[in-house]
Design a protein around this ligand. Structure first.
Ligand SMILES: [Zn+2]
Ligand SMILES: [Zn+2]
Length: 229
């Protein structure tokens, strides 16, 4: 009984017995085929924030690997709310080498880079037992050979962003939620923020703001999935 709670034996998207994510559902997760700007959602090369959009963005570049739709959406839901941790590295590993190469290529331009997972508030992390962003950060770190460091702290346990109806309420909801941990230095560094999903981008923008104020040179965002709101 206890084992079933921790290791669900039904596929989350189709309910078939066996794995948390069956082969058929895993194969129907759609990769992002066109990178876009985090501000205007229009196409952009390698997810660069357009020059004009940089006026309202603390993030210089945003990349995701899967679309937040269908099986991909259900899968992101499960890694966030259940202990289906192991499937993160499994899904990352099915992506074509061309995608992995792109992540590597973008990060090789940056020296003095650091991978930083978006933190959860300690109460929420304790209740959940894990922070999925830390696990994803570990996977991206393996791909890019860039070290991971948890330099940010979430000081406000904000209500869930997904429950906020508009971009403006999301922005307000997350305001002041992060601080730089004492003793951490990000001056002149390139920070690669990691999260499971970005939709409005408000959470990542708030974290990026703190990093830029502290002197970070460039802030990139890498997520597993990207969905518009
Ligand atoms: Zn399935
Ligand atoms: Zn733009």
């Amino acid at each position: 009984m206890l084992l079933h709670m921790f290791f669900p034996s039904k596929c989350v998207t189709c309910g078939s017995f066996g794995k948390v994510l069956c082969v058929s559902c895993k194969n129907s997760i759609k990769p992002v085929t066109q990178d876009s700007c985090i501000v205007c959602y229009r196409n952009s090369i390698n997810g660069q924030t357009h020059e004009i959009c940089k006026k309202t963005s603390f993030i210089d570049n945003a990349l995701a690997i899967i679309k937040y739709t269908g099986a991909g959406r259900d899968w992101i839901g499960v890694i966030k709310y259940k202990r289906a941790y192991s499937t993160i590295s499994e899904v990352v590993s099915i992506f074509p080498q061309s995608w992995i190469q792109k992540f590597k290529k973008i990060t090789q331009y940056y020296t003095n880079a650091l991978i930083v997972p978006i933190p959860l508030h300690k109460q929420r992390e304790k209740a959940r037992g894990f922070n999925q962003s830390k696990k994803i950060a570990k996977e991206f770190s393996k791909i890019t050979n860039i070290p991971t460091s948890c330099v940010l702290l979430r000081v406000i346990n904000t209500p869930q962003q997904a429950k906020q109806p508009t971009k403006n309420t999301r922005k307000e909801n997350i305001k002041g939620a992060f601080i730089l941990k004492q003793g951490q230095v990000v001056k002149n560094k390139t920070i690669i923020l990691i999260d499971d999903l970005y939709t409005s981008g408000c959470t990542a923008q708030e974290a990026a703001k703190i990093l830029k104020i502290a002197g970070a040179k460039t802030v990139l965002l890498f997520t597993l999935a990207h969905g518009k709101v």
